[in-house]
Design a protein around this ligand. Structure first.
Ligand SMILES: Nc1ncnc2c1ncn2[C@@H]1O[C@H](COP(=O)(O)OP(=O)(O)OP(=O)(O)O)[C@@H](O)[C@H]1O
Length: 222
């Protein structure tokens, strides 16, 4: 389902500040698997996730997701591909603070031109699932960390994507909320989602629901 083949990413190629963030990274992920991508800060985890999501292109190598060669997709197709297949949970959630929970959650659906009724029904489904319905009309800037996280998860899943990529999803959470995230993870896995979590939080290590842990160090799988 996801094939990462010999991916190398060089930033500022040919310049004095050239930086090789990933070097010959290869692995495969099957449908429905939960993968923990671990490694210290700066090891290349975020870069790898964003290449899988077609947010960046590798310098060498290729990435195939659901039979699409995403590493070669032109930008227009890349965003369409993302919208249809990938839910991305960002480290800092990337919510729009001045919009309500509901408005944030429906953002990925806007290009689809759905009716208000359809938007509401899709948003209601994920708001209920992630226990944030009671804050539907609250501005995101007034939410607690856990509420923001649940809003971010709901937004990532409102399109019902097959693939969920999460970048340090517990970086801004206390222990109790991190444990709650693990419960949501179980729920997503049970629904058959394919999930990759990039993290250095030991709470994700050796989980019984994990299919594979991949360790990255200095841009290489170790
Ligand atoms: N746009 C960029 N330009 C130049 N260097 C970059 C760029 N993006 C990332 N890097 C560098 O690539 C390396 C890997 O960064 P990346 O964010 O992928 O690491 P990470 O493992 O996700 O770290 P963290 O756990 O701190 O989020 C770092 O040294 C970073 O400074």
């Amino acid at each position: 389902m996801i094939e990462v083949k010999n991916v190398t990413k060089v930033f500022n190629q040919g310049l004095p500040n050239e930086m090789t963030a990933l070097s010959g990274v290869s692995f495969m992920v099957n449908r429905g698997e939960l993968i923990i991508l671990k490694g210290p800060s700066g090891s290349g985890k975020s870069t790898l996730l964003s290449i899988i999501a077609a947010l960046q292109k590798p310098t060498f190598g290729e990435v195939i997701v659901l039979k699409n060669r995403v590493s070669k997709l032109p930008d227009d197709f890349a965003s369409l591909f993302r919208r249809e297949n990938i839910g991305f949970i960002f480290q800092k959630f990337n919510l729009i603070p001045t919009l309500s929970v509901y408005e944030n959650i429906i953002t990925p659906l806007i290009p689809e031109g759905l009716s208000d009724k359809e938007l509401e029904s899709k948003a209601n489904r994920v708001m209920e699932e992630f226990s944030i319905s009671h804050k539907k009309d609250e501005l995101v800037k007034n939410l607690s960390g856990g509420e923001q996280q649940r809003t971010a998860i709901a937004r990532a899943l409102v399109n019902d994507p097959d693939i969920i990529l999460a970048d340090e999803p517990t970086a801004n959470l206390d222990e109790k909320l991190s444990i709650q995230f693990l419960e949501y993870l179980k729920k997503m896995k049970k629904k058959g989602k394919t999930i990759i979590i990039a993290t250095h939080d030991p709470i994700f290590f050796n989980l019984p629901i994990t299919d594979k842990e991949i360790t990255i160090h200095n841009g290489k799988v170790v």
